[in-house]
Design a protein around this ligand. Structure first.
Ligand SMILES: [Zn+2]
Length: 602
């Protein structure tokens, strides 16, 4: 018997459906699928998580940082872990078939290393597939390959760095806040990726009035030269002014060139930017499409397709439903080479294309599917055939006879195949000969005034935040979209539904920026370092670096004074407290004023 580890239940069910002949089994509340020689067992994301030993008992900043990382089965996943352990013990073979990314690698690795005691990734069998379609899944499971050590190392490194930095800094900040506000029950969190994001929000949101009545004066003389083609005159740009009122066109040159216009395929960041809905919703829709086998794996940096035949198949499928010009072809799709072992760019699978055109993809899903499909078609676009017409002109300038080739006009032969705005002006082309020219000189006085007392309001959407994170290189394509909503949730209370900082967000944002000086560039340097790791043996050195970074930050934290918060009504010092709101059914962060004997929302 072979145990196949899937990422989650929907994926396991889909794999079972594709391979066929499986029955559903339930054991202690855990659902899995058995058929033939296989048992497919779903994880539920990380059922084994990293934590720091001894942190809960810590009562003083002097005891920090704590650096001993321990792996622990999540309390809620005990049953699932026991099912895995029993099945793995009975199995001849275990195949990791989690999602194809760093997280998937870590999820599979942890289950295998703790249930089967195999630590060497080259001895772990791995099924990699880019879409949940029969061809891909069957081949991947029947012909597994060794686990990718680089991907695994990077996943573990990110996990460990987040744990060491996040848990230690959060503990330290929480201790500082509780010294000042003993009735505060929520943790006040800092995180490797969330903290630079919060500082950015604090810096970039706000409103202000600006007085600016800047006036600019510009005066210059514009000289233009026109060539007279009988009934009409056209502008001619010459490097030197002719002294006579005629020029000679000696020759006409036509240069033809091919202008590539096909666009690259989309990766995760691209879809997030292109969709007009929030990154969180975009990701959840893509996930649904993936689990139905309609979309390739949606967490990817790749704009590449490993197997060209797959792209050819997609083109053939689109042609069955959609009239694509003959010149549009998968051969035109720009190829961006990518590190080996990486999933494909985001594409509708042939099955997805059928579902799309047969009306089985609807509503929100259709929205995202359309964006992806349109991009794929645009990637097929042929190059534009551009014709540049130049004139060879001879005339007399102040210092003698000048002969120059000057631009005249441009045209596109296949303008009907353009996929973006293309514009040009049609002009008659003069034949060689002598032509009269007309010179016009006009002095220009230009005064521009920029109006005064403008108000600016700067608000950031989730998409702005996720795009910024991608631009500066913090977080990964798989995780970025969770951070805006994370800062809003009741465990953090840092921002509101418009991504405006709440009081606590202001205070903590200021600490991150001014005291800890956690900059996005520092964080992005660590991301780059993580992505360069190739072997598990490099982890030790990396962890030492993370530990040193954490030590430095804890040192800085010892000097921090948590600011006073004052009552909005009487301005006396107020207390920061948590209260559970029965009405809202959530934990709220409130200010309590002992003077007014009142709670205020902040
Ligand atoms: Zn008061």
């Amino acid at each position: 018997m072979k145990v196949v580890i899937a990422e989650k239940e929907e994926a396991a069910r889909r794999i079972a459906d594709l391979l066929g002949g499986f029955r559903e089994i339930e054991e202690n509340g855990v659902t899995y699928f058995a058929g033939g020689d296989y048992v497919i067992v779903p994880a539920r994301g990380h059922i084994i998580n990293s934590t720091i030993r001894g942190l809960r008992q810590t009562t003083s900043l002097d005891e920090l940082p704590k650096l001993e990382v321990a792996w622990r089965v999540e309390e809620s996943e005990r049953n699932r872990y026991m099912v895995f352990r029993r099945l793995v013990k009975e199995a001849d073979d275990v195949i990791v078939a989690t999602d194809w990314d760093r997280e998937g690698e870590v999820i599979g690795y942890n289950i295998v290393r703790f249930t089967r005691r195999i630590k060497n990734p080259s001895r772990i069998k791995r099924a990699y597939f880019s879409s949940l379609t029969l061809g891909e899944v069957k081949k991947a499971i029947e012909e597994p390959v060794p686990m990718n050590e680089a991907l695994l190392t990077q996943g573990l490194a990110r996990n460990i760095a987040d744990t060491i930095i996040g848990l230690n800094l959060t503990k330290a900040l929480t201790l500082l806040f509780k010294q000042k506000y003993p009735n505060l029950t929520q943790a006040v969190t800092l995180g490797r990726v969330q903290s630079p994001l919060l500082a950015y929000i604090k810096k970039k949101t706000g409103a202000y009035i600006e007085r600016d009545n800047h006036i600019s004066n510009l005066s210059y003389i514009e000289k233009k030269l026109y060539i007279d083609l009988g009934d009409k005159q056209y502008e001619l740009k010459l490097p030197v002014e002719p002294i006579n009122d005629y020029v000679e066109v000696v020759d006409v040159n036509v240069a033809e060139s091919l202008l590539p216009q096909a666009e690259k395929l989309f990766n995760t960041d691209d879809v997030m930017r292109a969709s007009k809905i929030s990154p969180g919703a975009t990701m959840s829709i893509m996930e649904t499409l993936y689990l139905k086998g309609y979309l390739t794996y949606p967490r990817t940096t790749s704009r590449y397709v490993r197997n060209p035949e797959f792209l050819a198949e997609i083109e053939r499928e689109i042609r069955k439903y959609y009239e694509l010009p003959e010149s549009f072809s998968w051969r035109n799709t720009p190829v961006e080479p990518v590190e080996e072992a990486h999933p494909d760019a985001i594409l509708l699978t042939p099955e997805g294309i059928r579902a799309y055109f047969e009306g089985r993809i609807r509503g929100r899903e259709k929205f995202i599917a359309t964006i992806v499909l349109a991009r794929t078609i645009r990637s097929f676009a042929p190059p534009l055939k551009k014709k540049v017409i130049q004139l060879r002109v001879r005339y007399e300038g102040v210092s003698g006879v000048v002969e120059e080739t000057v631009p005249w006009s441009e045209e596109y032969e296949n303008v009907n195949e353009a996929i973006s705005l293309v514009s040009f002006t049609r002009k008659p082309v003069p034949t060689p000969g002598r032509y009269r020219v007309i010179k016009i000189t006009s002095p220009i006085e230009k005064v521009t005034s920029y109006g005064a007392f403008k108000s600016y309001v700067s608000v950031l959407s989730d998409t702005d935040l996720v795009s910024w994170m991608a631009d500066v290189g913090i977080g990964t394509e798989a995780t970025r979209q969770i951070f805006p909503s994370l800062l809003r949730d009741e465990r953090h209370n840092y921002t509101d539904e418009n991504n405006l900082p709440r009081t606590l967000g202001e205070v903590v944002g200021e600490i991150i920026e001014k005291e800890l000086k956690i900059s996005p560039s520092l964080t992005s340097r660590m991301e780059k370092h993580i992505n360069s790791l190739k072997r598990l043996s490099e982890l030790e050195g990396f962890i030492e670096e993370v530990a040193e970074y954490t030590r430095q930050l804890i040192e800085k934290m010892k000097a921090i004074n948590i600011p006073d918060l004052t009552c909005p009504r009487c301005n006396n010092k107020a207390e920061l407290v948590n209260r559970y709101s029965r009405q809202l059914r959530r934990n709220m962060l409130l200010l309590y004023c002992g003077n007014c004997k009142k709670y205020y929302e902040i």
